[in-house]
Design a binder for this molecule. Structure first.
Ligand SMILES: [Zn+2]
Length: 60
């Protein structure tokens, strides 16, 4: 999995596009609503997890 973050296109709070990376927090600053936020991966969807489990069984 790539370590490089893809750019976020829209602010999740105000939907404006004036976003700038905030390196010391690994987050994003919206210069429209002035919120600073980060995007966190919580895990994989159940469907993706079951598909990779199926692949692991096939390979063993
Ligand atoms: Zn915003």
């Amino acid at each position: 999995m790539s370590e490089v973050r893809a750019a976020i296109l829209y602010c999740p709070f105000c939907a404006e596009e004036d976003l700038h990376p905030v390196e010391q927090h690994g987050g994003w600053e919206c210069r429209s609503c002035l919120r600073v936020f980060s995007v966190k991966v919580l895990g994989l969807a159940a469907r993706a997890a079951s598909l990779s489990a199926t692949d692991a069984r096939r390979q063993s």
